[in-house]
Unconditional design. Structure first.
Length: 321
């Protein structure tokens, strides 16, 4: 079996990429053919996986999810049975088609086909996209209430993000002791397993060592979870996805994972230059919706999703090739 993705904007092809079929995906497709049309495709996801220079940015047959998913669209058209042009003698194909929401924007570096549509499931979407309309504030003075709207700071939000257009440029965030930004948010992370990872997508300068970034999840000002981003091991300037398991976060006071009200990011170092997005990445396969196929693009072949313009994604699988 051999598959590939085709991206189209206004009906015009803008990219075509081969894929890796996962081990679970091959079994599902085989069962689908034998069962005459059981579910094999429900949604197509896209993500912002880190650059190849960070190491390991490839797809494999053991993948259970994308490296850093930021949106997905339900499959709107699906061939229930293997398809081929009658009497053509050509390859037998399975075809799935999805359309990403016009309101979504970002730069796509990976895509994946899932067996079911889970767009409304918990922990599918990123926690935050670092968007200028989300309500981010910065610490403008000492004291617990000294926070000011970050949009008042010129150039604090810049274009160039992958998960959405915006990213926060730490070089423009004012320092009061250290650079701190906050987002008021109602968040329930109690459904994340202790092995699930909190992933922080960012851009860095060339260098190694601790990035100097600490993330805190507050229930209130006296009770919070926190962790420091893991050390950067390779020396290069580029996009990274840094993560730690939920079990590695420490608690101060008596915070509750089900009652998070504030996210705080403190950047006391110089390696992390821009903040793009934050999400939970599950470490075990979803038994209700498995990853069938995964494709990772080189940094020269990304697809730009423009806000206001729908993006069509078609997945073609040559069953006998």
């Amino acid at each position: 079996m051999k598959g590939y993705y085709v991206f189209k904007e206004n009906g015009v092809e803008v990219g075509r990429f081969e894929n890796i079929l996962t081990t679970s995906g091959k079994l599902l497709i085989a069962n689908s053919i034998c069962a005459n049309g059981s579910q094999w495709a429900g949604s197509i996801a896209v993500g912002a996986l880190g650059d190849f220079s960070s190491g390991g940015a490839t797809a494999s047959a053991s993948d259970i999810g994308l490296g850093f998913e930021f949106t997905r669209g339900p499959v709107q058209s699906l061939s229930p049975f293997p398809y081929t042009t009658p009497y053509s003698g050509g390859p037998i194909k399975l075809i799935a088609k999805a359309v990403l929401d016009p309101s979504v924007s970002g730069k796509i570096y990976e895509t994946g086909l899932f067996s079911r549509n889970s767009v409304n499931a918990e922990l599918i979407d990123p926690i935050t996209f670092s968007s200028s309309d989300e309500g981010w504030t910065y610490r403008s003075a000492t004291g617990p209430d000294a926070w000011t709207d970050l949009t008042s700071v010129s150039n604090a939000f810049s274009t160039g993000g992958r998960a959405g257009d915006d990213q926060i440029d730490f070089s423009y965030v004012p320092s009061v002791g250290t650079k701190k930004i906050r987002l008021d948010i109602e968040l329930d992370l109690s459904t994340a397993a202790s092995s699930d990872k909190l992933a922080f997508a960012c851009s860095t300068t060339g260098g190694t060592g601790s990035p100097g970034v600490t993330i805190r999840f507050y229930t209130d000002e006296s009770n919070y979870f926190s962790y420091s981003l893991p050390s950067i091991a390779t020396s290069y300037s580029g996009y990274r996805v840094l993560s730690n398991a939920k079990s590695s976060w420490t608690s101060t006071g008596l915070p509750s994972w089900s009652e998070i009200s504030i996210i705080e990011i403190e950047n006391s170092g110089s390696l992390v230059t821009h903040f793009d997005a934050l999400r939970v990445i599950k470490q075990f396969a979803d038994t209700d919706s498995i990853l069938v196929s995964h494709s990772v693009f080189s940094s020269d072949n990304s697809i730009t999703k423009t806000e206001g313009t729908p993006l069509e994604i078609e997945y073609y699988l040559d069953v006998f090739s």
